[in-house]
Design a binder for this molecule. Structure first.
Ligand SMILES: Nc1ncnc2c1ncn2[C@@H]1O[C@H](COP(=O)(O)OP(=O)(O)OP(=O)(O)O)[C@@H](O)[C@H]1O
Ligand SMILES: [Mg+2]
Length: 489
């Protein structure tokens, strides 16, 4: 990361002069980072630039930054002064001899002399198709493009939002592979088990400070400030995967679960305050703070992730044994599952296992509605169960309607009547959850979602007919539901 090392320096130093301690080196590097951020568009200074800035020759600057070889104490003072720092006695020490050096505990070594990564909760992507455009766009937001535009292009908070299984985690993992060398620290945290913010902050600060025993104060505000200090002093990339786990189900999209509201404060501060790091979220629904800050030049940006391109989806299915099929067969299947890689993996495995890889045969069954995959239903069920009652009602009506529907049509059909503002709120929330398509102020369900909603509607109607109950009919406007289902299925 730093390119200041001088390969011509001797490897066996003698005890002469003083050199920086880890603390002193950190102070110096922080000051250089800040300077690079303030005055060099966040670009690293070369040794020559630094030598000019601190008014010392390049070899001496290199020695100072290596923090191994002794230099004159006055050199350190001069170097510090030129960066508006004061040299304290804890900032420097005498060089150790070789056998003394081997006894230093690892944690005492300057924390960020080399890039550090904590990817234990991340995923490995061995097979990855397509997404060239999405990766380029994300890279531009996270790293910037041309050096002179970096500061204004870089985003502090990036959300990758999309349906379950659409490939958010895989995409961000690929991005991290591509850009990690441009960060001092990369941390990946999964929120799948909804860790309280205090646990997340403690783990983060322990890693960043290289002090695994460190405890945070009970005040979440102080913990957030500590994390923020690292984000501004160092160029960190922090990935928070599965952020929907800290969102509340049963209310409109983007609200935090009870007891998790402080995540909103953290994200707010990441978005609002000045620092040189980037936090990437993946989520099935867009958090409120991201909605609020989003804009063309804002420090916050959302990628609404859609399915794979047709070419990438074909590659994925072919690798899983799907062999024959015309162009139109491919389009039908990929379109039906919206290019969702998880759904396509499930479908491809079934085609390979039960239909000898014959896509044409599968399309025939699909068009007769004879295939329904439990794993895909489970995935959609998880998302459906998080919806409000009105959201579920709108989804049900869109499934019955099957065509694109205008807001007016929806309002006319929903029973009991719903206010326009309420309906618009619900449609917005369903878009935040990536469950509906919008085109020219009209709405429809994604085909695979349509299939799921229709299927569960039929199941519920059949059950209610069998048991003589009429709960569904009462809730959704009685005979229209049954007529609609009969008409379409
Ligand atoms: N571009 C891709 N090429 C190949 N496989 C992919 C690609 N994108 C995703 N996958 C695969 O699809 C599956 C689902 O992807 P992933 O877990 O990233 O989805 P997700 O959007 O994060 O889902 P969730 O909302 O459940 O977290 C995984 O098995 C992943 O490896
Ligand atoms: Mg994921």
């Amino acid at each position: 990361m730093y390119s200041y090392a001088n390969p011509t320096l001797p490897s066996n130093p003698r005890r002469r002069g003083v050199h920086l301690t880890p603390l002193g080196l950190k102070k110096l590097r922080n000051a250089i980072d800040e300077l690079e951020f303030e005055e060099n568009y966040g670009e690293k200074y070369t040794l020559k630039d630094l030598s000019y800035r601190v008014k010392l020759d390049a070899v001496t600057v290199s020695k100072v930054l290596e923090a191994r070889l002794g230099v004159d104490k006055r050199t350190l003072e001069r170097c510090f002064r030129s960066l508006n720092l004061e040299l304290d006695s804890s900032d420097y020490t005498k060089p150790l001899l070789k056998d003394e050096r081997s006894q230093i505990p690892v944690a005492a070594v300057a924390p960020y002399a080399h890039p550090q990564q904590d990817l234990r909760e991340g995923v490995e992507v061995s097979v990855f198709y397509g997404r060239t455009h999405e990766l380029a766009e994300l890279e531009q937001w996270v790293v910037g493009d041309a050096p002179e535009q970096r500061l204004c292009q870089r985003r502090r908070l990036v959300a990758v939002v999309g349906m379950g299984g659409v490939g958010k985690t895989a995409l961000v993992a690929k991005l991290v592979e591509q850009v990690s060398s441009q960060f001092e620290i990369v941390i990946w945290k999964s929120l799948r088990n909804a860790p309280p913010l205090k646990d997340l902050l403690t783990a983060g600060v322990q890693f960043l400070s290289a002090q695994p025993e460190m405890q945070l104060s009970d005040s979440i505000g102080i913990g957030i400030s500590q994390l923020r200090a690292y984000l501004s002093q160092h160029r960190c990339l922090l990935v928070l995967d599965n952020a929907e786990s800290i969102m509340q189900g049963g209310v409109l999209a983007g609200n935090y679960r009870e007891g998790y509201e402080d995540y909103g404060e953290l994200l707010h501060q990441v978005a609002e305050t000045r620092h040189q790091s980037c936090v990437i979220l993946t989520s099935r629904e867009q958090p409120k703070v991201v909605q609020r800050f989003a804009g063309a030049i804002a420090p916050v940006q959302t990628l609404h992730l859609q399915g794979l391109s047709e070419a990438a989806a074909r590659e994925l299915m072919q690798a899983r044994g799907v062999v024959s099929g015309s162009d139109s067969d491919w389009q039908v299947v990929i379109g039906h599952y919206c290019g969702n890689p998880l759904a396509l993996q499930i479908v491809a495995s079934a085609i390979q296992a039960y239909l000898h890889g014959d896509l044409r045969e599968f399309v025939r069954h699909l068009q007769q509605g004879q295939f329904r995959f439990r794993d895909i239903c489970t995935l959609l069920e998880q998302q459906f169960e998080r919806l409000t009652q009105l959201e579920q009602q709108v989804m049900t009506w869109l499934a019955i309607h099957r065509e694109w529907a205008s807001v007016q049509e929806l309002q006319d059909q929903i029973v009991p009547a719903v206010a326009l503002w309420e309906l618009l709120e619900v449609l917005d929330s369903l878009q935040q959850r990536s469950l509906i398509h919008k085109r020219d102020c009209q709405f429809t369900l994604k085909p695979v979602v349509m299939e799921y909603v229709t299927g569960s509607l039929i199941e519920r109607v059949c059950q209610e007919i069998a048991t003589g109950a009429s709960h569904l009919c009462k809730n959704t406007g009685d005979s229209n539901v049954v007529c609609g289902v009969q008409r379409t299925d």
